[in-house]
Structure formats: C-alpha cells, structure tokens
Design a protein around this ligand. Structure first.
Ligand SMILES: [Fe+2]
Ligand SMILES: [Fe+2]
Length: 343
C-alpha cells in the first residue's frame, strides 16, 4: 500500500514540476508540494500585511495635505493600499488559510510586514519620497510577480502593479513640485530622499548569499529575479530620475560603472535592517498598536455584516418577483465585501 501511495504522490509531483517548467499556472485545486503552499502563504500574508500597515505612515498626512488636490490624491492612494491588502488576503485564502488566522498572526507578531513601514513620516515631503522610492521599489519587486507560478497571486499582482505605478508617479510629481519650489521646500524634499533612500534599498531583502528562501522560490518560479538583481535594477532606474528631480541620492559611492553597464553603489547597513526587522525600528510598536486598535474598533461592523448575511441566507427569493429576487442576491453579496473591507 505504501508503495502505491508513494507512486501516486510521485505522479502528482511530476505533473506539478512539469507545469512549473512549462510556465503554466498552478491553481488552488491543483496538487502542490506542502512546502510550496507554506511558502506562498507566508509570502502572500506578509505582502498583504505590508499593504495595510503601509496605509499608516501616509494616512498620517491626510489631514495636513497642503491642497485639496493633494488631499484627494493621497486619500485615493491610501485607499488603494487597503484594496491591495484585500486582493492579497483573498489570494492567500485560496490556499486554505482564513483571513482571521492571518490577521491574528500579524497582531500577535508571528507574521511580519515590510520593515520600511516602521520609519516615521516627518514632513509632507515624505509622502513624495514614499511614492517615488517605496512604491517604486515595490513595483520593481512586484512586476515579475505578475508571472509568478501561482495563478491567484500572479493575477492579483497585475492590478496591484497598475495602481502602484500611479502611486510612484504621484510621489515623483510631488517631489518635483517641492524641488522646484522655494529653497525651504527644496531642502525638505532633499531631506526626505536622504532618509528614505537606504531603507528603500533594504526593501529588496538581504544579499543573495544570505537570503534563506530565494533559491527554492526561484526554482518554483514564485520569484523570478534575485534580491541583488532587483536592487540593482531599482538603483539604475532611480539615478536618472533623481537627476531630473534636481535631488541628490545620499551615497558618495554611487557612480556609473562602464564595464558592468550598471551603477555601483555603497554598502548597505544591514545591522539597521536587522534591528528594524526584530522590532526595534522607530515605529514598530506604534504601527502594530494602531492596527490592533483598528481591528477591535471594526468588530461591530464585522458582526453586523455577518448577521445581515446570515439573515438573508434564510430568506428565499420570491418566485413571482424576479427583480426582487435579483435585488436580494445582490444584498447577500454585499456584506461579504463589507466584511472584507473591515477585516
Ligand atoms: Fe500597494
Ligand atoms: Fe502603493
């Protein structure tokens, strides 16, 4: 019996391997190795957590945006990040975990979010620097994820990336306005870039030779490029953009290397990265406390939405009023969306 079971598993694994090799998508009902499933759950959960925690540093500036136009743009952007979280929690749920479980892990510190969001937003220019650099780094990381081997993750990324490119451009445009403004505004933009440049480079994760999960993720085609490759790509993109902005990147070692066809850049302070990752960043505690509070304050909405959905589930549609029946179905759908929005 054991031999038969092993053969069957081998058969499934061969089908999985062939699909990955042929660049086909793995879908939720397909057989997949346990470790592949676990890796995806961990990565998608961490990604989803980053999207919703990432709302906080910028939301901090909504009430103080300098014009109605800037305020409308910032509200739209922060709302987009909530949406990204929702796509990603939904994608993770296709692998058999519940959103409650994932949020519980975030709130209890058992799952991480991107360490970049543990830095404070000290001035209005930080909103620009986050858009240009943090969203810019996110795009560089996420565009290859549109070709990730796991279908639901890849498809979620297509829409996320479209929205991220809007985020990146609004940040660039904001910094350009400040850079060309008064000397004080220019200085504020430069200061923001000085503070966000190095943490943005850390967003690509540790160097390749120290990255624990990279090799296996690349073999499974979850990841398509190494951390160092993506980091280099980001630096090469940013250098001419910084020149166009009239802002300097805070790295005396940054220069074009003719031989490599890339920019060389200075050493990253990985001890800072590790400290922030371990919870010792400037805002770690504040971010998690605010997230837990938002979750608790949303409890009544989740309860009401569940009760509403439950009530309508037991009310059959009236057969002689097709329009009413249609209307009722749409009501049943709506609380689910509401639940997601407040989860
Ligand atoms: Fe996002
Ligand atoms: Fe974004």
């Amino acid at each position: 019996m054991t031999a038969v079971t092993t053969d069957a598993a081998d058969g499934y694994e061969a089908v999985f391997d062939a699909a990955v090799a042929a660049d086909e998508r793995i879908e939720p009902r397909d057989w997949m190795p346990d470790a592949y499933r676990a890796t995806l759950i961990r990565q998608m959960a961490q990604h989803a957590h980053s999207e919703i925690i990432g709302m906080q540093p910028e939301a901090n500036w909504i009430t103080r945006a300098p014009s109605l136009r800037r305020k409308a743009i910032l509200i739209a952007k922060v709302q987009d990040e909530a949406g990204h979280g929702l796509y990603l929690y939904s994608a993770a749920e296709t692998l058999g975990v519940s959103r409650d479980e994932l949020l519980d892990k975030l709130h209890s510190g058992r799952q991480r979010y991107s360490s970049i969001f543990n830095y404070p937003t000290l001035t209005w220019a930080d909103v620009g620097a986050i858009g240009w650099l943090v969203d810019g780094a996110a795009i560089t990381n996420q565009v290859p994820l549109c070709r990730c081997s796991y279908g639901p993750y890849a498809r979620a990324m297509v829409r996320v990336c479209k929205e991220e490119s809007f985020h990146q451009r609004q940040g660039y445009e904001l910094l350009l306005a400040l850079s060309r403004g008064t000397p004080a505004q220019h200085e504020m933009a430069q200061d923001a870039v000085n503070r966000w440049w190095w943490p943005s480079l850390m967003m690509f994760g540790p160097p390749d030779d120290e990255s624990a999960h990279s090799a296996q993720s690349m073999a499974w085609k979850i990841k398509r490029h190494s951390n160092d490759e993506l980091r280099q790509r980001f630096v090469d993109i940013c250098v001419p953009q910084a020149e166009a902005l009239g802002l300097a990147l805070p790295d005396p070692d940054l220069r074009w290397n003719e031989q490599r066809g890339h920019h060389d850049f200075g050493a990253i302070d990985w001890s800072e990265f590790q400290a922030v990752l371990k919870g010792n960043g400037p805002c770690n505690e504040q971010r998690l406390a605010q997230r837990r509070q938002a979750h608790e304050e949303g409890a009544w909405v989740r309860e009401a939405a569940t009760a509403y959905a439950e009530k309508h589930r037991h009310q059959p549609a009236a057969p002689d009023h097709p329009e009413a029946a249609q209307d009722q179905r749409s009501h049943v759908d709506r609380p689910t969306e509401l639940q997601e929005a407040t989860a």
